[in-house]
Design a protein around this ligand. Sequence first.
Ligand code: MN
Length: 494
Amino acid sequence: MEKLKERLLEKVSYLPQSDIGQIKKALAFAQRAHHNQKRQSGKTFFVHPLGVAIFLASRKLDKTTLVAAILHDVIEDTKFSYENIKKEFGKEVGALVDGVTKLSEIEKRISWLPLPKKKKIRLSQKESQAESLRKMLVAMSKDIRVVLIKLADRLNNMKTLASLNDKDREKAIASETLEIYAPLAYRLGMGELKGTLEDLAFPYVYPKEYQELQSFAVPAIKKREKYLHQVEKVLRKKLKKEGIKAEINTRAKHWYSLLKKLEKYDHDLERIYDLVALRIIVPDTETCYRVLGLIHHFWRPLVGRIKDYIAVPKPNGYQSIHTTVFALKGEIVEIQVRTPQMHEKAENGIAAHWHYAENKKSVKLPKEQLAWIKEIGEINKQIRNPREFREDLKTEFFKDRIFTFTPKGDIKEFPLGATPLDFAYAIHSEIGDHCQGVKLNGKLVAFSRELQNGDVVEIIISKKTTPKLEWLDLVKTRNAREKIRHFLNKHRMI
Ligand code: MN
């Protein structure tokens, strides 16, 4: 533990001395607060917040984030409250710790088990639910730094997941990581974290596929690494001769993303040119282009595979030059060239932008990340009454969902307890407003009947039927409730 503390203090040397004082104060506070707690693995609890803080310090986050990371489990797990933290460390730190605690509360309500493969539920359906959850987590956080702490927290927990000794829970947590947190990291441009989270979760969620992939791909990766080291040597020599200072590294593709890519390419390893990536990192943009020219001078490039993401960055802000060439012995190799700053942003996204921002209050983000976060801002604005929102969170997002079908077989998803009127309004407000009767699996039923998983719902409409006040008591979704209210208001019935 003392070693971990030292490691953290080494990592934060980029901060001014006064900030380091605050970090030391937080360390002492958290250590005392958690003093006799143990993790499931039997280790002292305090190693967990330390691990979380070390991860964030490696990404050079600001002092406030680090202090909050050290304290992130204090409200949830010890006798100390938000007020205590605010008093000791100020409002900003208090708000971050409070935010992390709230996310943990939500987390406990989500039971994110992978859908059984037998059920005919379209993946896109689940994907959109996962996306809602991701947005929800960010929306609830208010400050994106809460999400960064949460992601680091999840990473640390994933590393010791096996010590839970409960296969079902392990699988649930791992699939939540795979479907909610890894894509969330990706959304925030944190490619490296996304890959690591996925690889930690992969064996728990798809143990068989993981085993198969390992035995299938490991020999090829080893062979490839050996070959690329030769390529690397040649490159090093040539660049040195030109007086170019470069850092060259090779890294095997993350397992889960390899699986995804193989599924796209008929399981043909030969077609995965970036099975092991070869990266050249040079001091500035100009040198990137010089290196590209040099490479093409001695190795012929593949037509159509030169991508200049420096001049035209990807929508998520990614910058780099990619080229694929016939290298030594005519083998095809993908090479990426970038500056250290581009590298840092590609790996750490939003965290890196934070670090490079002059003014921490107005961090400039790439368009795509910004658009996504803005969209969430819109959700926040729509929620006028925070209490009502929390209710909806409980009922609409975090309890069990049920899946029902239209007569055509489209899937509609509802919270538990939803009724045919919710279904009618989910299709269209006109259908809802004129809902006269309903057939469940071919049989007429009352409006009060709760929908069940797998129900086929058929709505009978009549122009003469219009919403009644009692309908408000029958519906479960906000959508239906709002539309009924809207109609009643318009016709002065309430
Ligand atoms: Mn934690």
